[in-house]
Write a protein that binds this ligand. Sequence first.
Ligand code: RP5
Length: 162
Amino acid sequence: MKKVGIIMGSDSDLPIIKKATDMLKSLDIPFEVHIYSAHRTPVEARDFALNARENGFGVLIAAAGMAAHLAGAIAANTTLPVIGIPCKSTNLDGMDALLSTVQMPTGIPVATVAINGGANAALLAAQIIAVEDKELAQKLDAKRASDAAAVLKKDSEVMNNL
Ligand code: RP5
């Protein structure tokens, strides 16, 4: 199975990345995590993206906050699918990172998930890998069904709590 590559701009993004790695682990998807910044370590970020396909990655997740150029900078250097996670920082509630991540110019797409959307980034990465992996696709179908069952259980109980 192809690996998921996860890059974060700073170790302060780790709590969001943990949501992604927990999800990937639950689906038995191999991954690798790095701290590379578009601004502080641009050479390492670029090299990682340039070599990602030949290093066995099938999809990349890039998480950054503030002037969040990481996902775009990664996407500029690979044609692997890139998923961007805008991370919330203290001043602008994540709107800064959301717009910096999602507003990509034509030709260099970044599939942007919600602010702090680590779990959904992992699920989207899993769905991309599952295009060519029947067993993983079945796991994703089973997860959808059990998530729906959990909601319906709450529905059946909601009146009892009012
Ligand atoms: C971004 O700036 C990082 O992704 C992080 O979300 C934000 C703040 O970084 P630190 O100052 O906490 O290292 O590059």
